[in-house]
Design a protein around this ligand. Sequence first.
Ligand code: 3PG
Length: 218
Amino acid sequence: MSLSNNWQIQPAELFAMGPVVPVLVIENVEDAVPIAQALIAGGIKVLEVTLRTANALDVIKEIASKVPEAMVGSGTVTNPETLQQSIDAGAKFALSPGMTTELLAAAQKSSIPLIPGISSISELMEGIDAGFDHFKFFPAEAAGGAKTIKSVSGPFPHVRFCPTGGINVGNMGNYLSLSNVSCIGGSWLVPDDVVKKKDWATITEITKKAVAAATQGK
Ligand code: 3PG
């Protein structure tokens, strides 16, 4: 079974826009546009706004309407309701830390792609059975890291992963050098203390370093 003619963008295209995806936890709506612009100035286009703050959906709305060059998606999408809220806010894709039957079924019918999260082979097989072939591998470092993902390429060579969880500029090369990893995600690009100071130039600087290192690693 294959997915999904109704998706506005295919996961392979999305992953190819990486290779570094910032995982954003944004509290204040007024910070949304400057953070997105700082990331874009640093060379990153795909942004994951996690639904972990009260304002997350408004943050997505702001970025989607005011920073058209960003490819903004929602993260921490755990059920059909938050998937629909993400679409309504203007998200272009959704990521989940895991997957449920309900969420996969809703994603098959939705207009945007879902990247479900897995951390075991059985979960991966369920996702493949439902037609998915691009997954988040989460929590990457805690679930065995690059070694685990490399092992999975034997039985499942067609599957591609975006690992997140414990990844930073120091260890991302271990992942990006794998044939089944197209991009990685992490929160280190936009540190809380830097956001509190509204030091957008530092975000651009961290981003540039990450993009340069990632391009070498790939
Ligand atoms: C997440 O979804 O929380 C990501 O995996 C981010 O993990 P990190 O904070 O370890 O980068």
